[in-house]
Ligand binder design. Structure first.
Ligand SMILES: O=C1O[C@H](COP(=O)(O)O)[C@@H](O)[C@H](O)[C@H]1O
Length: 242
């Protein structure tokens, strides 16, 4: 398990540019190696970092398979729906085949939506017990949550399911579907993007504190892969060791 790699940009725009270049480089190498690029995306501020930058790159979008590290259990026309943000901000803009992005089905109960989503996910990784994503793109809230894994929540201890429903998310909306650590920590590469001084305290605690039991983002440590943090100056401002 390698130590996290930290990359600091001057502004959130620079972070977005560097992050998107990194994603494209990963896509290029995965497509060359295996003919496909499997990527998990998150909601929140990550949406704008990706949707502002990725559409201007050239890549074989037909080879991308996009899943959600977590998603809110809301209808597609709800402004909280992460899928719809990527559909209009990326998929439609670049002309990616719509079947290459895998939304959760909000018409099902949140429990059934999680089961249905796991089935869709497994269909892209045939013959594997725990799918191994080429890249997971993650955000972190000011409480240290990532995906829909919140401090103190029982889902932090999930060892069997790779996708889980959650009905009591402390951050609204309460019903969500999320990846869990067995699949997150089986990825080849997990990348966080955090910007702004409002994230400085939690970034310092996650990267330099000894709170990996408590803070969900600190538990993202792929067994056989790397973790990279893209930060702007504000988010990195309380780090002592860079
Ligand atoms: O609720 C969520 O929050 C996190 C962090 O969002 P951010 O806006 O603080 O970056 C996000 O990564 C996750 O996907 C989302 O559901």
């Amino acid at each position: 398990m390698a130590a996290p790699i930290i990359r600091v940009g001057s502004t959130d725009k620079e972070v977005s540019k560097d992050l998107c270049q990194f994603v494209i480089d990963k896509a290029t190498s995965s497509i060359k190696e295996k003919g496909i690029f499997t990527v998990g995306v998150s909601g929140g501020s990550l949406v704008k970092y990706l949707c502002n930058g990725l559409p201007s790159f050239t890549t074989d979008w037909t080879k991308w398979r996009i899943f959600f590290c977590d998603e809110r259990h809301v209808s597609y026309d709800n402004s909280e729906c992460t899928y719809s943000l990527y559909k209009t901000g990326l998929v439609d803009k670049v002309g990616m085949p719509p079947e290459n992005i895998f939304p959760i089905n909000p018409d099902l109960s949140v429990e059934d939506a999680a089961v249905d989503y796991e089935k869709k996910l497994r269909s892209v990784f045939p013959g594997t017990d725990i799918p191994r994503f080429d890249l997971l793109l993650l955000g972190m809230g000011p409480d240290g949550h990532t995906c829909s894994l919140f401090p103190g929540h029982q889902l932090l201890e999930e060892k069997t399911r790779i996708i889980s429903p959650i009905s009591d998310s402390p951050k609204p909306p309460p019903a969500r579907v999320t990846m869990t650590y067995p699949i997150i920590n089986n990825s080849s590469c997990a990348v966080f993007a955090s910007c702004g001084e409002g994230k400085a305290d939690i970034v310092q605690r996650v990267l330099e504190g000894n709170e990996d039991v408590l803070l969900p983002a600190a538990r993202v440590r792929p067994t056989n892969g790397e973790v990279i943090w893209y930060l702007d100056k504000g988010a990195a401002s309380k780090l002592k060791n860079i």
